[in-house]
Design a protein around this ligand. Structure first.
Ligand code: ATP
Ligand code: MG
Length: 253
């Protein structure tokens, strides 16, 4: 089915720098949603992702509503808030879909991008321009204080061959309280982003890897132990929720 959503064009990089203060509409009624196709099945500790029609346009619904009470109201609500905050900060950045709204605190709705996940394996040949544009999205995101955190699995290649970055569920938004450390955080984050792009390249277009990127793939990055510790903690939390949710669904049967 041909998507009816109008694709935004990429504005100039200058346009990426100012932060829009326009609030995102937050419709509350589920009646504005028509489910069209399941994009990713929900699982314990994982969102359910749907292609939907929302207020007359194609959109993507990411919902935690299928989970148990704890998952829905604590983890899910927290993840929705975090992801929505990142999308709000990035409003207007070329290559990042627009947040269209949040529903009931446990789901968010994002502009649909007509494209394929780069890791799906059936995108057409990705060239150097594609990765340069991806680096530009990441640079513009950092300029707004948003660090994505899970780049490799979440890059879409649109029909016109341009990259789009989705899924800000693991992102980190640099708050005002961290302002004094912002320059340092951004310097370190830039290297992590370069490595994430290099990892994606290694998987989908290894012939484009530069010597510097090759070295970066093997390098030990600053604060790597700390980052890995954070990831381990996150994995542990996810496993804990999974076990709890599985016990709950077994008990419900
Ligand atoms: N705005 C969008 N437009 C088109 N497709 C999208 C969009 N957002 C997400 N998708 C598709 O749905 C998939 C799952 O969405 P998302 O990554 O946000 O959920 P997730 O729960 O984090 O999934 P995963 O754990 O697999 O990363 C994406 O990999 C992508 O293929
Ligand atoms: Mg994802």
């Amino acid at each position: 089915m041909a998507p009816r959503v109008a694709m935004r064009s990429y504005p100039s990089s200058e346009a990426c720098v100012s932060v829009s203060a326009v609030p995102v509409a937050s419709p509350t009624g589920r009646d504005r949603v028509t489910h069209l196709r399941l994009l990713r099945a929900g699982a314990p500790a994982h969102a359910e992702v749907w292609l939907i029609e929302y207020a007359g346009q194609l959109a993507v619904l990411k919902s935690y509503a299928h989970g148990g009470w704890l998952f829905r109201t604590v983890a899910g609500a927290h993840l929705v808030r975090r992801e929505a905050a990142a999308y709000r900060r990035l409003e207007g950045v070329a290559g990042v879909p627009r947040l269209l709204g949040c529903i009931g605190g446990e789901a968010l709705v994002v502009e649909h991008i007509d494209g394929r996940n780069c890791l799906a394996g059936d995108t057409h040949q990705l060239g150097a321009d594609f990765f340069a544009a991806l680096n530009e999205i990441l640079r513009a995101s950092r300029a707004r204080g948003v660090l994505h955190g899970d780049v490799k699995r979440n890059v879409l290649c649109a029909g016109d061959g341009r990259p789009w970055l989705v899924d800000f569920g693991a992102s980190f938004v640099i708050g005002r309280w961290l302002s004094p450390l912002r320059p340092l955080i951004l310097r370190v984050a830039a290297v992590y982003d370069q490595r994430a792009v290099a990892k994606l390249k290694r998987q989908v277009a290894p012939h484009l890897l530069t010597a510097d990127e090759g070295r970066l793939l093997d390098a030990r990055l600053p604060f790597e132990q700390l980052v890995k510790g954070g990831e381990r903690l996150l994995r542990w939390g996810t496993q804990w929720i999974k076990r709890r949710e599985s016990r709950r669904s077994t008990a419900d049967v």
